[in-house]
Design a protein around this ligand. Structure first.
Ligand SMILES: Cc1cc2nc3c(=O)[nH]c(=O)nc-3n(C[C@H](O)[C@H](O)[C@H](O)COP(=O)(O)OP(=O)(O)OC[C@H]3O[C@@H](n4cnc5c(N)ncnc54)[C@H](O)[C@@H]3O)c2cc1C
Length: 452
């Protein structure tokens, strides 16, 4: 078999690379190892938030934004530690990327205008109507199906890549679940296999601080792209970086959107105490939740906040699963949480004093963003901290070309979780949406650049 490009992985990264390359007239074979990837990959599990700055949706909503403003937000959140080349490429490609998704892939996008994720200075998250990654993935798969020259085979796993005597990609080796191998002649391979969140050994090696958290990411994120690239001598970067999440419903394993906090919710532990600045961001909050007694906590909101959560498919899933608990007053809430009523009442009173500006001292955790005070009756969800996906991987340039010794390895590309992200190190630098941006953005750039 002989194709122009082999793409490993049928998530956001792989599909955007494959569609862009096939639209440019290339023959593309997409290999997907999992039969259940439509529900089980990171893209399908995501909230489908795609940040892009300077888009037509923003202009319609009179939001003033630019790639430079977005890049400045990334620099602020990562304290200047994000890869500048890739951050620049992804912030600059944003408007073309969302246009391409809407116009050439028929993914209807809308701008999220009802809340701002921590760290984004402007409304720039674009999403699908139900804010569900499974919808985004389905639409991308439908676009792939309509695209001539693109074939998707599942289950089929990329197990290796061979180079020719000049060090350029020559053969992709694929394997069926029963171990039958096939050699595919090709000049381009896109590694879009996601990160290594599902590989406990690699997580222990590279991201030890999140060991102990729930893994709530794609089951196919076993590090294949990283390991194949490493065998070829590729450069790697930011292997300690990951996206955590400080509020996943326990034991239901459904995201409790951080919009709860943005709209004024608080997170308390089993003693009824707040323990951090919830407004900094959900990624870094994961390890704080893990450190609490019993390694769990509670998101506490009220009816006003709950009304804003209706657009989230995940909130409907939580409701259907019985994860959303209600308490008429502080006493009932304390009984639900297992906390002492006076402790919880003091916590909620202190938070309200911060909102009203009547507190004697600043918030001990440094929170300054409060939308409105919480009012009984309360709504609460028991939560745990989780690892969603890793943000380190193969080092690429701004065209998604994998680097070896600082120079492009001819024909090898990486996108999404298989590539380095733009989140700096650890969990603190992750800005909402930068996972999908790295997947869709680097995927699209890989598809375009391998077609040149
Ligand atoms: C719960 C959750 C919520 C999230 N919410 C958001 C959000 O709202 N916005 C955002 O930007 N990011 C979000 N993220 C992160 C985002 O989902 C990921 O960054 C992004 O989807 C990664 O895309 P990908 O294509 O690299 O990986 P995936 O979507 O996981 O796709 C990779 C595919 O590769 C396949 N594969 C693996 N190895 C091989 C192999 N050797 N051969 C063939 N196939 C292989 C896997 O089976 C998988 O289907 C979230 C993540 C999670 C888990």
């Amino acid at each position: 078999m002989d194709v122009d490009a082999v793409v490993a992985g049928a998530g956001a990264a792989g599909l955007s690379a494959a569609i862009a390359a096939a639209q440019a007239g290339r023959s593309v074979l997409v290999l997907e190892q999992s039969e259940t990837f439509r529900e089980g990959c990171c893209t399908s599990m995501s909230t489908a938030m795609i940040p892009a700055a300077g888009t037509r949706w923003q202009r319609e909503a009179e939001v003033e934004d630019s790639a430079a403003t977005f890049a400045a937000d990334i620099a602020a959140k990562t304290k200047g530690s994000a890869d500048p080349v890739v951050a620049r490429a992804l912030t600059e490609v944003g408007p073309a990327l969302v246009d391409w998704l809407a116009d050439r892939c028929a993914v209807p996008l809308e701008l999220v205008t009802d809340f701002l994720y921590p760290g984004h200075s402007q409304l720039r998250c674009h999403t699908v109507a139900d804010r569900a990654g499974s919808t985004l993935l389905r639409l991308l798969l439908e676009a792939a199906q309509r695209t001539d020259g693109l074939e998707l085979v599942a289950p089929m796993r990329l197990v290796d890549v061979e180079l020719d005597g000049d060090g350029a990609v020559r053969v992709a080796i694929a394997e069926t679940p029963d171990g039958a191998r096939e050699r595919v002649d090709t000049r381009s391979v896109v590694l879009a296999t996601c990160g290594f969140g599902a590989n406990a050994e690699l997580v222990r090696r590279y991201c030890p601080e999140i060991v102990g958290g729930l893994y709530h990411g794609g089951d196919g994120a076993n590090g294949d792209g990283l390991l194949i690239g490493q065998r070829l001598g590729a450069d790697t970067a930011y292997l300690d970086a990951y996206q955590g999440h400080g509020s996943v419903a326990d034991p239901h394993s459904v995201i409790v959107t951080w919009a709860t906090v943005v709209h004024g919710g608080v997170i308390v532990n089993a003693r009824g105490e707040r323990f951090g600045d919830e407004s900094t961001g959900y990624s870094e909050f994961a390890r704080q939740v893990i450190a609490q007694p019993g390694a769990h906590a509670w998101t506490v909101i009220d009816d006003r906040i709950e009304a804003t959560l209706e657009p989230f498919a995940d909130w409907q899933r939580l409701r259907a699963a019985g994860a959303i608990r209600r308490a008429g007053d502080t006493e009932e809430l304390a009984a639900l949480i297992g906390a002492a009523p006076e402790e919880l009442a003091a916590t909620l009173a202190a938070a309200a004093a911060q909102v009203h500006g009547t507190a004697a001292a600043p918030d001990p955790f440094g929170r300054t963003a409060w939308e409105a005070p919480l009012r009984a009756p309360y709504v609460a969800v028991r939560i745990v901290g989780a690892l969603f996906h890793t943000q380190g991987g193969l080092r690429t340039d701004g065209a998604a070309r994998v680097l070896r010794g600082g120079r492009p390895l001819a024909g090898l590309y990486a996108a999404g979780g298989a590539a380095q992200g733009i989140s700096g190190h650890g969990a603190d630098g992750y800005l909402a949406g930068n996972g999908l941006l790295g997947a869709l953005g680097l995927g699209y750039l890989a598809g375009v650049s391998l077609s040149l």
